[in-house]
Write a protein that binds this ligand. Structure first.
Ligand SMILES: [Mn+2]
Length: 352
């Protein structure tokens, strides 16, 4: 076969090999099911391979009642899925087949109340508990950033205090807005107050833009976060950023939270609270590749608002972020302790 869509069989197995993507030699990529990466649905996998056979579950959370500026992230899951049709089986940057050595399946969208934030948060928390009960990891596609709080509540019950690795232009540790405690700008303050976070291990990546005042930064540090600024990518370089991340996160259970507005609006215009001076999609993808070997217990991609997108720029970036996260999880499951493949030597600083 000359087609690129080939992957090695899982070692030592036949009947129980993971079910991968749609066969795009038979059905072209622009046709077929609207799942993430043209992967199977969870019900298809469990019918064929049995319950508990999914390693990573992809869940859409079409919820945006927590936004403070442009609305529309409720359409994020469908847009990211539509933009994920070009994801092919082999990650050449890290030498990983993310769908061949682990079973990934799409769980569809969660039904959340668009008029009641408290109920929506409770629904998300219960879904996270239920979907993770068999040991699967969750990759959630939002939806606005409010959804991070119920995800962290669920994860902390199993893993203890979580190290949040938060890619975002914004701190998201504000207190209230118009008196509301649960918004897309407050999830990490609430999580910190609730004791869900490892205060020595959390960090923001890509911070920039105007704040209300210096107190925002002082509060943020007390709540447990270290900051890598968007400008650090330019002035200090990607290897510096990755070294900072790996040092800070250590062996803690890590939740990777990617707000797509971490990207410059040139790379991700389709989002609710854009800020000039952001990171490039290349910098973001390489940052995620640099997480290989860390103890990642879950991840989310939030704040994709397709009404403001152009030519699928934002959707394509978000889909590729998901692919890189899945690639890291696949490498970790195979025992990797650091990035491998062509990017490895550039990402990790040499020991002096
Ligand atoms: Mn955010």
């Amino acid at each position: 076969m000359t087609h690129a869509d080939t992957a090695p069989a899982a070692a030592g197995s036949n009947a129980s090999a993971p079910i991968g993507q749609q066969d795009c030699t038979q059905v072209p990529r622009f046709a077929g099911p609207p799942t993430f990466g043209l992967l199977p649905r969870i019900d298809q996998v469990e019918a064929e391979r049995g319950p508990g056979s999914v390693d990573v579950k992809i869940l859409g959370v079409p919820y945006d009642a927590g936004v403070s500026y442009r609305s529309g992230a409720r359409f994020g899951p469908a847009h990211v899925r539509a933009s994920s049709r070009l994801l092919r089986p082999y990650n050449q940057a890290t030498d990983v087949f993310p769908f061949a050595t682990q079973q990934v399946a799409d769980c569809g969208d969660l039904g959340v109340n668009p008029f009641n934030i408290d109920e929506a948060i409770a629904t998300i928390e219960k879904a996270a508990d239920d979907l993770r009960a068999d040991g699967a990891k969750l990759l959630t596609i939002g939806g606005d950033h409010t959804i991070a709080l119920p995800m962290l509540r669920s994860l902390a019950r199993d893993h203890g205090k979580i190290a949040v690795l938060h890619f975002d232009a914004h701190l998201d540790t504000w207190d209230t807005y118009f008196g509301a405690p649960y918004t897309h700008g407050t999830p990490f303050r609430r999580a910190s107050e609730e004791g869900l976070l490892d205060l020595e291990r959390c960090m923001h990546i890509g911070i920039r833009g105007p704040l209300y005042g210096k107190q925002d930064l002082e509060d943020d540090a007390v709540l447990g976060f270290q900051i890598v600024r968007s400008d650090d990518y330019q002035f200090k370089g990607i290897a510096h950023v990755i070294e900072k991340m790996r040092t800070r996160l250590g062996d803690a259970p890590v939740y990777v939270s990617v707000d797509i507005d971490v990207l410059d609006p040139a790379h991700a215009p389709g989002t609710g609270t854009p800020e000039a001076g952001g990171v490039t999609s290349r910098e973001l993808l390489n940052s995620i590749r640099g997480l290989t070997g860390l103890n990642i217990v879950g991840a989310e991609i939030v704040e994709v608002a397709p009404a403001y997108d152009h030519a699928e720029l934002t959707g394509l970036a978000a889909a590729q972020v998901g692919y890189e996260i899945l690639s890291v999880l696949a490498a970790n499951q195979a025992g990797a302790t650091a990035p491998a493949g062509p990017v490895a030597s550039d990402l990790i600083p040499k020991a002096e």
